[in-house]
Design a protein around this ligand. Sequence first.
Ligand code: IMP
Length: 207
Amino acid sequence: MTRKLTPGHLVIASHNEGKVREITALLGPHGIEPVSAGSLGLPEPDETGTTFAQNAALKALASATASGLPALADDSGLEVAALGGRPGVYTADWAERQWFEGEPGRDWYMAMGKVEGLLAQQGPAVDRSAAFVCTLCLAWPDGETVLFEGRAEGSLVWPPRGTMGFGYDPVFQPRNAALTFAQMEPAAKHAISHRAKAFEKLVAALF
Ligand code: IMP
């Protein structure tokens, strides 16, 4: 039987404000008091894995062992069919502003433009389908881990639309929707997102 999560503190093993906000909202109804890895001053491990599952596990384990609390990590990204699944686990890396030396940070408009530039090279009839993928890993301080996966299928639009959400939300239009994730109210995105689908599985197994 899967080990259950009891009410109390849980570390959100992420330094990404958008993810922390969404995970906090998704955990809200379950009696969990989330605290972010950033606010506890926990280190951010290098994401050296080559799969979402490996990266989620290494982030969750790093926070769980450092804090002595259960920790939840999300590794997620955008898989673009015409790009052979890229950027995939490198979705965040495509936003690194390498050429502004000494100025850390990510530029999501540059990253979305990079994806669009690669699609444009394949001509106007290119397959624009894409999926957001989310792998959640819950780690306990003794090293036990459990994984849950969710996908949201859709297509990429250009130019970007909307100002809500985070990351690549302005170019992702979920299947059967007229709005991008960045044009949707948070509750509407949470009803259908890859993260929400992974969460449904987590809630069913752990609460
Ligand atoms: P990582 O999981 O920290 O490696 O980062 C995954 C990256 O994928 C994020 O920084 C975002 O750019 C992107 N991403 C993941 N989930 C979403 C989402 O719900 N909306 C928009 N972008 C996302």
